[in-house]
Design a protein around this ligand. Structure first.
Ligand SMILES: C[S@@+](CC[C@H](N)C(=O)[O-])C[C@H]1O[C@@H](n2cnc3c(N)ncnc32)[C@H](O)[C@@H]1O
Length: 249
């Protein structure tokens, strides 16, 4: 069971509030990629690992026809409720991104906020195969992932957020394991009610680290053209902290 995406799903948007506030800028950049890199007009999108729909809803609000897909029902429940509140018509599917079986259905496939790191090298091959099959010719795949160098932390990282009348205190320990290229993070989430009652959840996660060059080489086997951009700009610069993989069918 993955606590962050199950028992903590209702707190996900509060835990990542700062990121949610930046999503408009991210989607501005994604639209720039759609316009400049895709070799067809982008109208219909598949958002893989859509979670609670932070980018999915933003894309839908901008007029794209979008399908959101995620492994965890709890995350999708949050996404569905938000879509309903905002009057957005989005189709959500509970499925493993490795099991998708769409054929020539989408102009773009997206996978945001490091979700691609859940796939090791072997699974990445399966993922890219499914994505390419789902895309229409000239369609584009867009996924972002962080630079490993900035992934670890010497000590705990602590922040707090408000969720309604509850206070969340989040503590992360992040460790880069270089030989097998894993990013291990442990997270303690404490939920404090106004009367002081506290619940605590512990998250233990392991993600796969890729350098831009590795990602490019792996993706090249599946896409006709592959680019790696830095964060929110269509070029890669030294010391970029986040990368955007762009694969064109
Ligand atoms: C860091 S969250 C990102 C959620 C969303 N894309 C966003 O930008 O906020 C990672 C998501 O990946 C989903 N996930 C992990 N493995 C998956 C898989 N094999 N298939 C589909 N979704 C998966 C999790 O359920 C979770 O919602």
């Amino acid at each position: 069971m993955h606590e962050l995406y199950t028992v903590l799903a209702e707190y996900y948007d509060a835990i990542y509030r700062k990121r949610a506030e930046r999503v408009k800028k991210e989607i501005d950049f994604v639209e720039e990629i759609f316009k400049n890199d895709a070799k067809r007009d982008v109208k219909r999108i598949l958002d893989l690992a859509c979670g609670t729909g932070i980018p999915t809803l933003e894309l839908a609000e901008r007029g794209y026809e979008i399908v959101g897909l995620d492994l965890h029902e709890e995350m999708l429940e949050v996404a569905k409720e938000k879509a309903q509140q905002r009057g957005l018509n989005i189709r959500f599917l509970q499925e493993d991104a490795l099991e998708i079986n769409f054929e020539n259905e989408f102009d773009a496939v997206t996978m945001f906020f490091s979700s691609i790191m859940y796939f090791d090298e072997e699974n990445l091959q399966g993922l890219f195969k499914g994505v390419v099959k789902a895309l229409r010719p000239g369609g584009v795949f867009v996924a972002d992932f962080p630079c490993w160098f900035y992934g670890g932390s010497d000590g705990p990282i602590l922040w707090d957020e408000q969720n309604g009348n509850e206070r969340l205190v989040i503590t992360d320990w992040r460790e880069v394991e270089p030989a097998f290229q894993k990013l291990r993070f442990k997270r303690l989430v404490q939920i404090i009610k106004p009367n002081g009652d506290t619940k605590a959840f512990f998250v233990n996660d392991e993600l796969n680290i890729y350098t831009p060059r590795e990602m490019k080489l792996l993706a090249r086997e599946h896409f006709s053209e592959v680019k790696i951009y830095g964060h929110l700009k269509r070029e890669l610069m030294p010391n970029d902290r986040r990368y955007w993989l762009v694969g064109i069918k």
